[in-house]
Design a protein around this ligand. Structure first.
Ligand code: ADP
Ligand code: MG
Length: 291
């Protein structure tokens, strides 16, 4: 590798806020054939907002107060959106006890003597909760690309919360540019299958791996590598760090968590998905000059 080519590549990247941490990252970027992108916070803005709140057999504000009490204890971005929504509706929430976080699924707690669970379908199934009242609404909301979260009170699902997280403006153009360059694009998400598939379709992504548990993202990288792919992973979350480390090239969104930024080989300071194809192009240019 000629030092000049590396300096030129690093400098070109830096001008756009694409930070290559070392020369090896530039070289690896040149050979990538598959880009795996995290959904929430990478392809989307990572700022979910409640769009629908549905309650069955319980007063809406009463249910919202119960859910908000649980979500106040959680650090999940969806939890923050639910709390904001409750505050905006002027709902006063009480305090939760016996809070329990279930990574990749949701949370539970006791509020006003009632057992509350909030989270995805898997969480409810695991807790033996009756889904009859909300199954239909959950499906129709998810099919629109919104994240549908269920709420259970004392063993029965009585609420559905739909949350929308807008795609970054340049997510679809970034996917198109990668395809143009002959690179396969895969979406990886902890969100449910219907929601992830809908958003992937909107962005022109044809391969979706959904309902991936936080601990399983790195294993998905290994599977792709074992199939002979040279994989770049693009992510922002704490959940993404092991996958960023496992990938041939880890690319972190600059607005993401510290651990993702520290683990990655490349950091996109502008948090712009379009900088993903640009990073790979800079890698190719550098290697060409080295030969
Ligand atoms: P992602 O990778 O999309 O950020 P996570 O693995 O963090 O997703 O969570 C997966 C799913 O679990 C979420 O889409 C949501 O349905 C559910 N979930 C997790 N934590 C919570 C919570 N605190 N409140 C509501 N739902 C939750
Ligand atoms: Mg994310």
């Amino acid at each position: 590798a000629t030092p000049t080519a590396i300096m030129v590549g690093t400098g070109l990247g830096a001008k756009r806020g694409v930070l290559f941490k070392n020369a090896a990252a530039l070289e690896t970027a040149s050979g990538i054939d598959t880009v795996v992108m995290d959904k929430t916070g990478t392809l989307t803005k990572g700022e979910p907002e409640v769009t629908d709140f549905i309650a069955h057999g319980i007063d809406e504000d009463e249910l919202l107060a119960l859910v908000a009490a649980v979500e106040r204890e959680s650090e999940h971005p969806l939890a923050g959106a639910v709390v904001d929504y409750a505050v905006a509706r002027g709902v006063r929430s009480t305090t939760a006890s016996a809070f329990r976080n279930v990574p990749g699924h949701g949370a539970g707690a006791t509020v006003d003597g009632r057992k509350i669970f909030v989270g995805n379908r898997k969480l409810m199934v695991g807790e033996g909760i009756d889904l009859a009242l909300v199954a239909q609404e959950r499906e129709s909301l998810a099919s629109t690309g919104r994240t549908a979260v269920l709420v259970a009170v004392d063993g029965r699902a009585v609420g559905v919360i739909a949350l929308a997280d807008a795609a970054r403006e340049t997510a679809a153009p970034a996917v198109a540019a990668l395809h143009e360059a002959g690179i396969e694009v895969v979406m990886l998400s902890g969100d449910n299958e219907a929601t992830a598939s809908r958003i992937a379709a909107q962005l022109g992504i044809d391969t979706v791996i959904a309902e991936v548990l936080p601990g399983d993202k790195a294993a998905k990288m290994r599977e792709l590598q074992q199939a002979g792919k040279r994989v770049a992973m693009v992510g922002d979350g704490v959940n993404d760090a092991p996958a960023l480390a496992q990938a041939d090239l880890g690319i972190a969104i600059g607005a993401g968590t510290d651990v993702a930024i520290e683990t990655a080989d490349v950091v996109l300071m502008r948090s712009d998905p379009l900088d993903v194809p640009i990073a790979l192009t800079i890698g190719k240019g550098t290697v060409r000059k080295m030969r």
